[in-house]
Write a protein that binds this ligand. Structure first.
Ligand code: NI
Length: 255
């Protein structure tokens, strides 16, 4: 079985103490590649460091919408420089977060548009973070010229109606740990209805740990449980879900 974790944060300090063991566990679990996602300048730098150390860990660079208020000329210059590295497979995560509202909405939108433009210039895919901002996220996506490499709605939390609008824009949709929770409704519906050729799976670790490990630190090995939940929802085998989502990730991120 070959799994790909399409969104992880191994660059998070949560792994400073035991990263080699975390890597060993996901290799043993059949995770062939991990997309290690940058969320600020420091973590983008760290994502590149890891990508240069491990051929199966791929880097992305960006400033998270939470930190949009910190996006100044210096951050812009550094991120642009990092984005030229040959180990960068995507720009993200970027987008809008109206749940925590840690940066003013206007700034979130400006920084989101900046990242979409960078992705287009570099012909790289983009990774979208959309939390309780579905309408504005779609408005921005519809009013920008998007990268020909496309993009993904990561840890998608919208309805099937919203998902269809994202599919119309040519985007992939990625499902994460919440699909495995006992109260899962929307993600379960998505797991059943999404076209298989547009579906990705991820952990978003160290957050959103799937059942049966909910409450503990998450890690890429647990993407297996997301694959299993999709398989159950669709009446497929885990191996089939692993294979198709891995192929989708390889295609989107050009691995
Ligand atoms: Ni993330």
């Amino acid at each position: 079985m070959e799994l790909i974790d399409s969104h992880a944060h191994l660059n998070d300090p949560a792994y400073d103490k035991d990263l080699p063991e975390v890597i060993r566990r996901f290799k043993e679990a059949g995770v062939a590649a991990v997309i290690n996602v940058g969320f600020d300048v420091e973590s983008s730098r760290r994502a590149l460091e890891l990508a240069h150390a491990y051929p199966f860990i791929h880097a992305t660079v960006a400033i998270h919408p939470h930190d949009a208020a910190d996006f100044d000329e210096e951050a812009e210059r550094v991120l642009k420089g990092l984005s030229m590295d040959r180990r960068v497979v995507a720009i993200g995560e970027t987008g809008l977060d109206y749940y925590r509202n840690l940066s003013p909405r206007k700034q979130q939108e400006e920084v989101f548009r900046w990242h979409l433009n960078l992705a287009r210039e570099l012909r790289l895919p983009f990774i979208i973070h959309d939390r309780e901002a579905h309408e504005d996220t779609l408005r921005v996506l519809r009013t920008e010229r998007l990268s020909p490499a496309g993009g993904v709605m990561h840890c998608f939390s919208g309805s099937w109606e919203t998902a269809k609008k994202c599919l119309d824009l040519g985007l992939y949709i990625s499902l994460a740990g919440p699909l495995t929770f006992k109260n899962a409704r929307r993600p379960l519906e998505l797991a059943r209805l999404l076209p298989l050729d547009r579906l990705l799976i991820e952990t978003d670790c160290p957050y959103l740990t799937p059942d049966p490990y909910r409450g503990r630190r998450n890690e890429p090995a647990y993407v297996y449980y997301v694959a299993k939940a999709v398989a159950t929802a669709r009446g497929l085998s885990v191996e089939e879900v692993a294979a198709v989502t891995a192929a989708n990730a390889r295609k989107l991120f050009n691995l």
